[in-house]
Design a protein around this ligand. Sequence first.
Ligand SMILES: Nc1ncnc2c1ncn2[C@@H]1O[C@H](COP(=O)(O)OP(=O)(O)O)[C@@H](O)[C@H]1O
Ligand SMILES: Nc1ccn([C@@H]2O[C@H](COP(=O)(O)OP(=O)(O)O)[C@@H](O)[C@H]2O)c(=O)n1
Length: 230
Amino acid sequence: MKKIVIAIDGFSSCGKSTMAKDLAREVGYIYVDTGAMYRAVTLFAMRNDVFDAEGNIDETRLKALLPDVKLTFQLNNETKLPEVCLNGENVERYIRTLEVSQHVSPIAALPFVREKLVEQQQAMGNEKGIVMDGRDIGTVVFPNAELKIFVTASAEIRAQRRFKELETKGMPADFDEILQNVEQRDYIDTHRETSPLRQADDALVLDNSHLTITEQKAWLMEKFNERTQE
Ligand SMILES: Nc1ncnc2c1ncn2[C@@H]1O[C@H](COP(=O)(O)OP(=O)(O)O)[C@@H](O)[C@H]1O
Ligand SMILES: Nc1ccn([C@@H]2O[C@H](COP(=O)(O)OP(=O)(O)O)[C@@H](O)[C@H]2O)c(=O)n1
């Protein structure tokens, strides 16, 4: 069967990585969470005094430090999923906090940050057989991807899903704060100048507001089978 590239984009917290991971596991493809890469750079910026007390970014400082940032992925033996490492340190458990979520979109809007990460993402897709999720995968990273999905769901439903997830992970947060963060990131991600979040013209749209994880998995599997058998 021919190997393809699958690009999954969409709004924050709508289930992109859940779908992407499920499919990759099922068909034996590599899964890449590009949001984790932007989150890791954000964690690096937070640890290295790139933000001032008001949350403004010292771009000159970040630009100077960025060549020292090395992102790699390490397979978790239990979950069999790749986890992001920042200069060799597995930072998976630090990058999903609300604090990182509150700083990530302005960092991801910086062209010099995107340039570095997009280059690494494109190199990972050279051999195909990859499922990548993010905001600009079908539009910028892999404009020729054989299968492009654009996922969406209402902001309230997305915030509820994230709320439940943080609670389960033992990182409880305020629902209104999560909702505000989801809406704020959607705004920044869709309005930034470089590679804004938008649906690729040839993407299939999935509103999964009222789909279960099992239903969305089956939907994606069907699309995958169609594309690989064409
Ligand atoms: N269809 C669905 N119904 C209910 N919860 C879902 C669904 N899809 C994903 N989730 C849950 O929503 C949360 C966010 O999903 P995730 O895949 O991390 O979203 P994204 O990658 O788009 O940010 C996770 O806790 C996940 O288990
Ligand atoms: N390809 C990508 C992936 C993420 N991002 C940025 O990184 C942030 C975090 O991405 P994520 O996928 O982890 O976000 P969630 O939807 O999982 O909360 C997004 O809000 C975007 O600002 C991006 O700009 N481009």
